[in-house]
Design a protein around this ligand. Structure first.
Ligand SMILES: Nc1ncnc2c1ncn2[C@@H]1O[C@H](COP(=O)(O)OP(=O)(O)O)[C@@H](O)[C@H]1O
Ligand code: SF4
Ligand SMILES: [Mg+2]
Length: 330
């Protein structure tokens, strides 16, 4: 029987060794993804979203290093499993979809061969059975001529088709949890929606869950149940999409939402930049951009504090109720 699939991340820390020094990419992120949740992770480029996702999936590679924290999936601690144990889970119980489908596919193996590798990594099957399973998986992601796709190679596919193939491979073992890192960024707008409908459809069918990184707040509004706002490798606000979008409590979330011209827009035009991740600030990482910053902000890092109804905010001067995005949404 497959697991219930709750993901629990606690105090996760990831750094990258560079010639300039140690880049503190993820600094104590924690959250829970329950079955049925679609958690959207948002924040500016460079704030540690990919590093977080890759660490959860056990894909952190040098110069990256997991410095601490726990990742628990279905009651098992993944961080303690080692490579072999993780390999049994990734691709089987957890599916990973990256930003670039062509990066995920092997250019010199046929699609059929790659499917066979993915299938045989987690179950016994003959070549013929693998082909049948792959054909069904491709049909399930809306590919009309699956035989032709199976017999071909990645370079013969359009971006949208390639991402469908990646999704079919990532979900062929019916994972309980899907980790998707900007899965549609490389695709044009109409294909983006088709792909997102497809992934969220797969999840809704069977109470699975997903963690999706996106810079498109419209995608969060439409597809996610919860949202986690990250800044400089920390979680700064979390709640249901409605809570966070209607009444953002953290000044960074407020700035983020204000920077989006309308629902469906992308994050842009935010003043200033991320702090130096090598000489990481000891106080609030947002202090040098924050209009509400005071002395305590510079001196002491604000912890994530529960604000009721599953909301959390990390700010010394968090707003109680600020009608932030409500006006823009209605
Ligand atoms: N391989 C790497 N080597 C050095 N620094 C890296 C590497 N990968 C990511 N980083 C740094 O880690 C930080 C977080 O990166 P990332 O997780 O990719 O951010 P995001 O996905 O939110 O855009 C950034 O400052 C980035 O420059
Ligand atoms: S803790 Fe201070 S600097 Fe940080 S977001 Fe809150 S008010 Fe701004
Ligand atoms: Mg990224």
């Amino acid at each position: 029987m497959k697991a219930s699939g709750e993901l629990k991340v606690e105090d996760l820390r990831v750094s990258f060794q560079t010639a300039q020094g140690t880049v503190r990419a993820v600094n104590g992120v924690g959250f829970v993804v329950k079955p049925g949740d679609v958690l959207g992770v948002v924040g500016e480029s460079g704030c540690g979203k990919s590093a977080t996702l890759r660490a959860i999936a056990g894909l952190t590679q040098p110069p990256g290093h997991i410095d601490g924290g726990r990742v628990e999936f279905d009651g098992r601690e993944l961080t303690g499993l080692g490579r072999g144990g993780l390999r049994r889970i990734l691709g089987n119980e957890i599916g990973f979809i990256s930003q670039s489908p062509f990066g995920a596919l092997n250019p010199i193996l046929s699609i059929e061969r790659q499917f066979r590798n993915v299938i045989k990594a987690h179950r016994r099957a003959s070549a013929r059975e693998c082909r049948e399973i792959a054909l069904k998986a491709l049909r399930d992601v809306g590919i009309a001529g699956p035989e032709r796709v199976l017999d071909g190679y990645a370079h013969q596919l359009s971006g949208g088709m390639a991402q469908r193939v990646v999704i079919a491979m990532a979900t062929v073992h019916n994972p309980q949890l899907i980790l998707a890192d900007e899965p549609t960024t490389a695709l044009d707008v109409t294909v983006q929606r088709q792909i997102l409908d497809l992934i969220t459809g797969l999840i809704a069918e069977s109470n699975r869950s997903m963690l999706i990184v996106t810079h498109d707040l419209g995608v969060v509004a439409q597809y996610c149940t919860r949202v986690l706002v990250m800044y400089a490798g920390q979680a700064v606000e979390e709640g249901t999409v409605d809570q966070v979008f209607r009444t953002p409590q953290h000044p960074y979330t407020q700035a983020l939402l204000a920077a989006v011209p309308k629902v469906g827009g992308e994050i842009r035009g935010l003043q200033g930049g991320l702090p130096d991740l090598i000489n990481y600030p000891s106080g609030c990482p947002y202090a040098d951009r924050c209009p509400k910053a005071t002395e305590v902000c510079v001196e002491t890092r604000p912890p994530m504090v529960r604000a009721g109804q599953g909301r959390r905010t990390a700010c010394h001067h968090a707003a109680g109720e600020v009608a932030g995005y409500a006006a823009a949404r209605s």
